[in-house]
Design a protein around this ligand. Structure first.
Ligand SMILES: C[S@@+](CC[C@H](N)C(=O)[O-])C[C@H]1O[C@@H](n2cnc3c(N)ncnc32)[C@H](O)[C@@H]1O
Length: 336
């Protein structure tokens, strides 16, 4: 409920004492800020501090909350305080448990409509301070393909290969082409398929972890960004694309990918995506591509291939170049 969120945010912010860090603020603030996702997010790690207060909007998912609470504890002065806020439907009610390992004193503050602020005082020593301190090696398999990658709690499909990604990797096999992985996450498809690939993702955590696994590959931080290869176009744009915004299903990024991809493909290039069976990809892609086929499927997913972009589609978007200065800066600031 929007009015409730405004009231909880006002309450979380009101008692922020001294030097404050606002993690995913819901409005303008005086103080340091941090965002996980591009375009606002630039680095996987919180600013160095130390801070007197960290004000943290409860993130989606318990694993991400546990990581952010520990990272926040590492940035606080011994007298500092963490204020976690959010709506009941965002998971604030169970948030106090995530504070117990890292704060000697945890108070469940007053409820404000359908939400509340949970406060942790007296941070304990020993909290991990960098995202990559949480990285664990994970072995993933798809058919005959096998790889070891890093993952951190709070990433999409942490420590396992998503079933859709497994179907996609198996359908495509080892890479012989030059390809782009849009929404690359921890870089699992790149690890399984190999070859000459570039990754792009909007999540600073995913990009940091993918770069740690693949120091020899370019992994771009970007929101709805399709980097170009240095010369020509991609033979393939491959994706297990995001389909949720908030809690709701949302095909907007898939539609955008259909519209933007023709401009970055080689003349005989193709887009290959895995989607839940409910997503009407043929209807979405037919206006841009002459051929749209299912190349693999199971009970839950279809792997679609679209090729032969209509000439009118080629100039629709102006995607960013993989070798542009903006890309190099984003990479530097996110590598940490
Ligand atoms: C379904 S996951 C697939 C992750 C990875 N390819 C895998 O197989 O494990 C979708 C990915 O898209 C990323 N993403 C979400 N919104 C995005 C956007 N607007 N632009 C780029 N990437 C986005 C997410 O961070 C996530 O890593």
């Amino acid at each position: 409920v929007r009015g409730d969120i405004d009231r909880i945010w006002a309450s979380a912010r009101a008692d922020a004492r001294g030097e404050a860090l606002f993690v995913e603020p819901a409005g303008d603030v005086l103080g340091a800020t941090w965002h996980r996702w591009a375009p606002h997010g630039l680095s996987p790690d919180l600013p160095a501090g130390p801070f007197d207060t960290v004000v943290l909007r409860v993130p989606r998912g318990r694993e991400a909350l546990a990581v952010l609470v520990e990272l926040s504890a590492s940035r606080l002065r011994p007298s500092g305080c963490l204020r976690v806020w959010g709506g009941n439907d965002e998971g604030i009610r169970g948030a106090g448990r995530a504070l117990l390992p890292w704060f000697a004193q945890v108070e469940t503050g007053e409820a404000r409509g359908h939400g509340r602020v949970v406060v942790g005082r007296a941070p304990r020593a020993g909290a991990r301070s960098q995202l990559l301190d949480f990285a664990v090696p994970v072995e993933v398999r798809a058919g005959a393909l096998r790889a070891v990658v890093h993952s951190v709690p709070g990433l999409f499909a942490h420590a396992r290969l998503d079933a859709g990604s497994a179907l996609l990797a198996e359908a495509l096999g080892p890479a012989r082409e030059r390809w782009l992985d849009f929404g690359c996450g921890a870089g699992m498809l790149g690890a399984l398929r190999g070859g000459d690939w570039t990754g792009v993702d909007a999540d600073t955590w995913a990009v940091a972890v993918a770069r740690a696994t693949h120091p020899d590959r370019v992994v771009v931080l970007g929101d709805r960004t399709l980097p170009r290869p240095a010369v020509g176009g991609w033979d393939r744009v491959v994706s297990n694309p995001p389909l949720h915004r908030g809690g709701a299903d949302d095909d907007a990024v898939v539609s955008w990918l259909v519209d933007a991809s023709p401009a970055v493909l080689a003349p005989d290039g193709e887009v290959v995506v895995v989607l839940p069976r409910r997503v009407p990809f043929r209807a979405m892609a037919s206006a841009r591509y002459r051929e749209v086929d299912v190349v693999a499927s199971d009970d839950a997913y279809r792997v679609w291939r679209a090729r032969g972009a209509h000439p009118a589609s080629l100039s629709l978007e102006e995607p960013t170049s993989a070798s542009s200065p903006a890309r190099r800066d984003a990479r530097r600031s996110t590598a940490g």
